[in-house]
Ligand binder design. Structure first.
Ligand SMILES: *[C@@H]1O[C@H](CO)[C@@H](O)[C@H](O)[C@H]1NC(C)=O
Ligand SMILES: *[C@@H]1O[C@H](CO)[C@@H](O)[C@H](O)[C@H]1NC(C)=O
Ligand SMILES: *[C@@H]1O[C@H](CO)[C@@H](O)[C@H](O)[C@H]1NC(C)=O
Ligand SMILES: *[C@@H]1O[C@H](CO)[C@@H](O)[C@H](O)[C@H]1NC(C)=O
Ligand SMILES: *[C@@H]1O[C@H](CO)[C@@H](O)[C@H](O)[C@H]1NC(C)=O
Ligand SMILES: *[C@@H]1O[C@H](CO)[C@@H](O)[C@H](O)[C@H]1NC(C)=O
Ligand SMILES: *[C@@H]1O[C@H](CO)[C@@H](O)[C@H](O)[C@H]1NC(C)=O
Ligand SMILES: *[C@@H]1O[C@H](CO)[C@@H](O)[C@H](O)[C@H]1NC(C)=O
Length: 621
């Protein structure tokens, strides 16, 4: 058994105990009890008194320890998750009977489980909501365009690509979900628990063996993240290579140049306030262009490898893969010349292809990648030199942190699910923007928004009730205040997609609360439509954190700030708002994909952050 799960099981058992008290039978309780009895008592005595049954039936229980933080989200109750499941499919019941169609689509609705929730018996089955009004998979046209020969895989001919899929997703997206698990009474306690969660500290005495790769603790402030970044850059943490390589010397040579850059003033292409240090960024970017060589492993079969999906929620990994594999400037055929090694797989396709629906078992997905890394480690000398520290992956699916844990632990991971409690390492890993691409042919569609002076609404949010946080947001703000346009799912109707985008284009602040996972496509959407993103998602590391100064163009609030949201927004002076809105417009170009990449665009920003982190992590023999 993996040790990182040990501790989870403790919480798990504890939660189960409470559920038992509530009369819900936990089947595995007895199975595990003998195993965990000694710890269980210890843990129970450490739990604060306030952890009454009420809070457990809420949705959130945070246990922090000195060595790790485990967030256990209660799986609601068996009944409520059932009812969510039903209502989730209620609006499209006809498809549910069409096993092939409904079945395929439902894959997208598989649990957006956190690692900690992984082995809960009854995961919440919901779609990744996210305002999707179109099929989340690529249209067959665009897919085949890239893979013109012989790759008409099963999935290409699957009914999934038919327009019905789009309407299915559309229909469900607009469903009103019945979220009865959190009655308003327990919502209150959610907030209480939440408020307390940041200070609830449980010290588990000297259980070093459970440490594994769990992060030290949860991190809620950008200040803390800055601190970690500085510390990690000061102290290179990649493994000392087993033998030296002249490529490492190349990187060491540029490192000192990046650390001592010429002052970049009034650069026409770069807006200085967006960056932590524009001089360093500019220098690093130039040196990347001049120096960096990337080798792309040819190993790996389609459709999981080498087959980018360019549309939908997870499109970032697809766009990066497509543009990297098609790149001439950085890619080398001779791996001896490479500073970095790319493993071109799609975490979305991994899930789509291998996940057994409703199995709640992702072991085989991880196993698949493990075997892959073993294959390249056996075939080439590069992996073993650093245990993969000069290898990178780009993956947007929520499960990617899990799928790449342990066996790809030293690699640089560019992840949409940039959650420090799920092992995201600031300074090593790259927070990948989650871009919801609606048109693969024109990823720039609808870009832009109203000028600041014409933005009437103070705040806007619309979306499904995923996770514990959004119900809290709605509880405080839905229909409470005409300035706060806080909705649930957008009302059904043909124009709802336009409504959503129009709202973003005409609001001052766009609220981006976490869903099941920390990231949300809203962050990039807000930037797209020139609305200030207000990120409410503790433990989320915002994209390109190592180079961008998010304070310039966003607000990052703690989850406990929700009740004060309006006051916080109103407290920002007009002048400051205008400055931020200008900055949002300036940062936009760093967040868009181009079919042919251009300087400083999203492709290059992603590659740059991977490069930059490698530069600051490298160690010499
Ligand atoms: C759960 O559902 C069963 C029947 O489906 C019902 O008897 C029971 O009262 C429900 N429990 C809760 C907590 O709603
Ligand atoms: C179910 O599938 C059948 C055959 O594939 C199709 O004729 C029917 O329209 C489908 N039902 C729905 C609701 O899509
Ligand atoms: C997509 O594939 C289906 C069947 O494979 C085909 O009938 C349809 O024309 C294709 N769509 C486009 C836009 O090529
Ligand atoms: C959810 O709660 C509302 C009122 O709180 C009630 O009207 C509705 O029937 C409940 N739905 C379910 C599925 O229990
Ligand atoms: C935090 O928890 C303590 C008990 O541990 C409780 O007395 C207090 O009211 C809680 N505070 C909030 C803000 O929930
Ligand atoms: C940027 O970094 C360089 C090198 O560390 C430093 O000399 C310079 O003062 C920094 N500039 C700003 C604006 O912080
Ligand atoms: C999960 O699947 C793997 C094989 O893919 C299997 O070996 C393992 O026993 C499964 N785990 C559970 C809990 O069913
Ligand atoms: C790399 O290490 C693994 C495990 O120790 C070993 O099986 C493999 O053969 C090594 N690769 C090479 C190319 O020597």
């Amino acid at each position: 058994m993996e040790c990182s799960f040990q501790f989870l099981k403790l919480c798990h058992i504890e939660t189960r105990r409470r559920l038992l008290v509530l009369g819900v039978v936990a089947v595995t309780y007895l199975l595990f009890q003998w195993l965990l009895l000694p710890y269980e008592n210890a843990l129970r005595s450490l739990l604060p008194q306030s952890q009454g049954p009420k809070q457990v039936t809420g949705s959130f229980l945070a246990v922090h320890s000195s060595t790790k933080s485990v967030m256990v989200r209660n799986p609601l109750t068996v009944n409520s998750s059932d009812s969510i499941y039903r209502s989730r499919f209620g609006g499209v019941d006809k498809y549910a009977h069409n096993s092939s169609r409904g079945g395929e689509i439902a894959r997208d609705n598989e649990p957006k489980e956190m690692e900690a929730r992984y082995d809960f018996p009854e995961p919440i089955v919901l779609s990744k909501d996210e305002i999707s009004t179109e099929n989340t998979l690529e249209e067959n046209t665009t897919l085949t365009a890239k893979n013109s020969e012989g790759v008409k895989t099963a999935f290409l001919s699957s009914p999934l690509i038919l327009p019905a899929a789009a309407s299915l997703i559309k229909g469900t997206d607009l469903n009103y979900l019945v979220f009865n698990a959190s009655s308003s009474a327990s919502l209150e306690s959610d907030v209480m628990t939440m408020k307390n969660s940041s200070v609830t500290t449980i010290t588990s005495p000297g259980k070093k063996k459970m440490r594994c790769n769990m992060p030290p603790k949860s991190i809620t402030s950008i200040h803390e993240m800055n601190h970690i970044l500085v510390r990690h850059h000061a102290k290179a943490r990649a493994m000392r290579p087993r033998w030296s390589s002249v490529r490492d010397q190349d990187i060491l040579a540029v490192k000192s140049q990046i650390e001592h850059p010429p002052v970049a003033k009034n650069d026409r292409e770069l807006y200085a306030p967006l960056f932590r240090n524009v001089s360093m960024f500019k220098r690093s970017y130039e040196l990347m262009e001049r120096t960096l060589k990337v080798y792309i492993y040819k190993e790996g079969n389609k459709p999981i490898f080498h087959q980018p999906i360019l549309k939908g929620l997870y499109a970032s990994e697809g766009w990066f893969m497509k543009l990297m594999e098609g790149n001439r400037r950085f890619v080398v055929k001779d791996p001896q010349k490479a500073h970095l090694f790319y493993m071109p797989f799609s975490s979305r396709m991994l899930e789509f292809t291998l996940y057994v629906r409703n199995s709640h078992n992702r072991t085989n997905l991880r196993q698949y990648l493990k075997e892959y890394s073993e294959t390249i480690a056996a075939k080439y000398p590069y992996w073993n030199r650093t245990d993969g520290a000069d290898h990178f992956l780009v993956a947007c699916h929520d499960w990617a942190p899990y799928e790449t844990r342990h066996h790809m632990e030293r690699c640089i991971k560019a992840l949409c699910n940039a959650d420090v409690t799920q092992g995201f390492k600031i300074g090593r890993d790259v927070s990948l923007p989650e871009t919801y691409v609606r048109s693969a042919r024109n990823p720039l569609r609808d870009l832009g928004g109203k000028p600041a002076s014409e933005r009437q609404a103070l705040a806007f949010y619309a979306g499904n009730m995923h996770g514990y946080l959004r119900p809290i947001l709605l509880k405080y703000w839905k229909n409470k205040d005409p300035d706060m346009k806080i909705f649930g799912p957008m009302p059904p109707g043909v124009s709802s997609k336009m409504n959503y985008i129009e709202h973003m284009k005409s609001s001052k602040y766009c609220i981006c609360p976490k869903g099941y996972e920390v990231n949300s496509p809203r962050v990039v959407e807000a930037i797209f439509y020139e609305c200030i993103p207000v990120i409410i998602s503790d433990n989320f590391v915002p994209p390109f954190f190592e180079v961008l100064d998010w304070r310039a163009f966003s607000l990052i609030l703690a989850e406990k700030d929700i009740p004060n949201l309006k006051d916080i927004l109103l407290s920002i002076p007009e002048e400051k708002y205008l400055q931020m809105q200008l900055s949002v417009r300036k940062v936009q170009k760093h967040f868009v994909w181009h079919p042919k990449p251009i300087k400083y665009d999203l492709f290059h920003m992603t590659l740059h952050s991977i490069w930059y982190n490698r530069v600051f992590q490298i160690k010499l023999r």
